[in-house]
Design a protein around this ligand. Structure first.
Ligand SMILES: Nc1nc2c(ncn2[C@@H]2O[C@H](COP(=O)(O)OP(=O)(O)OP(=O)(O)O)[C@@H](O)[C@H]2O)c(=O)[nH]1
Length: 300
């Protein structure tokens, strides 16, 4: 898998974020709730050095709620790092954000005199713009008219309690192992052209077969091992290529010669996964580092 980390991006990102950090009191880090580790860039830890951090586990509407609760407990650290689950397309889900930011800055002298200033950071496609737009949205004008909200060209007022720097910090994906690349590919955070579509589809199918077999069975009408039918398939022993073929066949994605159209099947399967149609799925579990992905190590 040839995904590369370009040092040029790292230097530019670092400079920009360091400049913007001077203008803010704390940082809102956006992670993908379905894969908080793969969507995290360790650079941020080094850059923020002790600034309070609110972690938004975004797209939690698409993630396995049990895993998300575990991640909240794992990522929250003392009084300075708090993790919460959000669906940033829903304003109600972001309602607690200003208050959480204020709580994280509660030790600061100015906390009752002016809004908290923050910046939003995250890898591409994780939902930075959606968070900023949903938070600032219609409230923008109203908040600006409130006393106590400083008129600052660079900070978008969100409420009496919070202002957000209008340029989010883009943290580039940082990974040198193919598993992180595969997870980000499965989530659609890396363009499909970069990774081979069928590699992502086959790897993700194998993961689902291991960790969420019931979702695969239900969505694609495959036969589950519990049904134990003599003619039925044992999903837990199927090769991913055979599963992909079965899915394509069940969906009628057949080429003129009669073979299954594997490319269309891969595309359809990944779209349904990314859109949450297969069900809420998490690719990472804090209490099980392998979590159905151990075939990657086995293959290396
Ligand atoms: N289901 C769901 N989709 C979301 C959520 N947040 C964002 N999205 C979708 O994810 C996609 C990317 O969101 P953006 O806000 O553009 O992400 P970004 O981080 O600003 O992306 P870049 O501009 O590439 O850095 C869009 O299609 C959003 O509608 C969420 O909480 N749930």
């Amino acid at each position: 898998m040839s995904i590369q980390w370009f040092p040029g991006h790292m230097t530019r990102t670092k400079k920009l974020i360091l400049e913007n950090l001077k203008k803010v009191d704390m940082v809102i880090e956006i992670l993908d709730a379905r894969a908080p580790l793969a969507s995290r860039n360790p650079l941020l830890e080094e850059l923020t050095k002790g600034k309070p951090r609110l972690i938004l586990l975004n797209k939690s509407d698409l993630a396995d709620p049990i895993m998300t609760q575990k991640w909240i407990r794992t990522l929250t650290e003392g009084n300075s790092i708090k993790a919460v689950a959000v669906n940033s397309r829903n304003i109600r889900s972001l309602k607690a954000v200003p208050k959480e930011c204020k709580i994280l800055c509660r030790d600061k002298k100015w906390v009752n005199r002016r809004p908290v200033r923050t910046m939003i950071v995250g890898i591409p496609n994780v939902g930075k713009s959606t968070v900023i737009n949903t938070l600032s949205g219609k409230k923008k004008a109203a908040a600006a008219n409130q006393p106590g909200v400083t008129k600052d060209m660079q900070h978008v007022p969100v409420s009496r309690e919070l202002q957000i720097l209008d340029t989010p910090g883009i943290l580039w994906h940082k990974f040198d192992d193919q598993l992180v690349g595969l997870k980000l590919g499965a989530l659609g955070s890396i363009k499909d052209a970069v990774l081979l579509l069928d590699q992502i589809a086959l790897g993700t199918l194998l993961f689902l077969r291991n960790s969420y077999p019931e979702r695969l069975v239900k969505r694609y009408k495959l036969t589950s091992p519990e049904e134990n039918q003599p003619d039925g398939i044992q999903i837990d022993t199927q090769e991913p290529h055979d599963l992909l073929e079965m899915i394509g066949k069940n969906r009628g994605l057949i080429l003129p010669g009669g073979e299954v159209d594997l490319e269309r099947t891969s595309r359809m399967f990944l779209k349904e996964l990314r859109d949450g149609i297969i069900g809420p799925i998490s690719l990472e579990n804090p209490s099980d580092p392998d979590f159905g992905w151990n075939f990657i190590q086995e293959e290396q």
